[in-house]
Design a protein around this ligand. Structure first.
Ligand SMILES: Cc1ncc(C[n+]2csc(CCOP(=O)(O)OP(=O)(O)O)c2C)c(N)n1
Length: 322
């Protein structure tokens, strides 16, 4: 069923916000205003938005080191996210966690995660909790193609299948794990092919098409809510920028036309085109969405800048459980 206008507007706005948040984060990092590693999600926005547009606030997600897009799509507050990147007390971890540790349980965001594959067992635990609670909530587990080469990937798929956990595994295959192209990490081309071994549906999705991601996730979420167990979606996409703040892999090792061919499939431009062709968006409305995103982001940066640094005497506060 075609999405209605408010849904298209909401998706487009969220995708633009995710992109602009990370482009701004790169600028701020280069300018030395924020600290630590930033792993940009630019180019992958259709996945977070297409997936999370099927979720309610009580559904949970686990994220990765490249987590800003998941946080925004699940409803986290960009002011507190930005304050965290600035290392300030109003950040999600009071400025002591940084980009890779943003969590907001109030909106079901169980946390970004610096450990590759670390979200997979956490997602199984969250899905088991949801199964025991019996309210029909699902858990989505985002992870990369590199994480699919970790043992935790197989353990998680196995236990989720055996226990029919209400979980959707979403592999964001952005073609690289740091320096390594997907072909050198995996013997087969498709991560989704592993699903058959664990007796669950495995679906390959165009990860640069938010509508396709939305539909495929919708089917997996219905299956999970019904009690029929997990699914694996492999979203084929591309990481436009470097891995973290270093140029990895060096631009010259990527085939010269590779980046260009993926940029021609820009997920935001494709949704704009879809909206214009269907007559549910006008160029003026797109301009207004972009302006609004810009002012919201500047407000987030201003909020972060006025927030104080944590007091050094609080260095160990919140580090250990009582
Ligand atoms: C267990 C573990 N091994 C290695 C690393 C170092 N590391 C950080 S990100 C990364 C690549 C991850 O690739 P992928 O899962 O495909 O995610 P992407 O960065 O492409 O989004 C590696 C190897 C780590 N953080 N944790």
């Amino acid at each position: 069923m075609a999405l209605d206008k408010p849904q298209v507007v909401q998706m487009l706005r969220t995708m633009i916000l995710i992109r602009e948040f990370d482009e701004r984060a790169i600028q701020l990092r280069v300018a030395g205003k924020i600290y630590g590693a930033v792993h940009p999600y630019v180019g992958q926005e259709a996945i977070a938005v297409g997936v999370c547009s099927n979720l309610t606030v009580s559904d949970r997600v686990t994220s990765t080191h490249r987590g800003h897009g998941h946080c925004i799509a699940k409803g986290a507050d960009i002011r507190r996210m930005m304050a965290e990147l600035f290392g300030r007390v109003d950040g999600y971890c009071k400025g002591k966690g940084g980009s890779m540790h943003i969590a907001d349980f109030a909106v079901g965001m169980l946390g970004a995660n610096g450990i590759v594959g670390g979200g997979l067992p956490i997602a199984c635990g969250a899905a088991l909790a949801a199964q025991l609670e019996g309210k029909g909530d699902v858990t989505v587990c985002f992870f990369g193609d590199g994480a699919a080469a970790e043992g935790e990937f197989h353990e998680a798929l196995n236990i989720a299948s055996v226990w029919k956990l209400p979980i959707v595994f979403v592999c964001e295959n952005n073609q690289y794990a740091a320096n390594n192209a997907v072909a050198v990490q995996h013997p087969g081309v498709d991560i989704a092919a592993h699903a058959g071994a664990y007796h669950m549906p495995g679906v390959i999705v165009d990860g640069n098409d938010v509508l396709e991601v939305h539909t495929a996730t919708g089917e997996a979420v219905v299956r999970a809510r019904r009690g029929d167990g997990p699914s694996l979606l492999e979203c084929k996409t591309y990481r436009w920028h470097f891995h973290a703040m270093r140029n990895t892999p060096p631009a010259e090792t990527r085939a010269s036309d590779e980046i260009l061919s993926w940029k021609a499939r820009d997920p935001i431009a494709r949704l704009e085109q879809h909206g214009l062709e269907r007559g549910v968006l006008s160029a003026a409305e797109i301009g207004t969405i972009r302006e609004r995103v810009k002012s919201d982001l500047e407000a987030a940066v201003a909020f972060a800048e006025q927030s104080p640094f944590p007091d050094p005497k609080d260095l160990l506060v919140d580090m250990f459980a009582d």
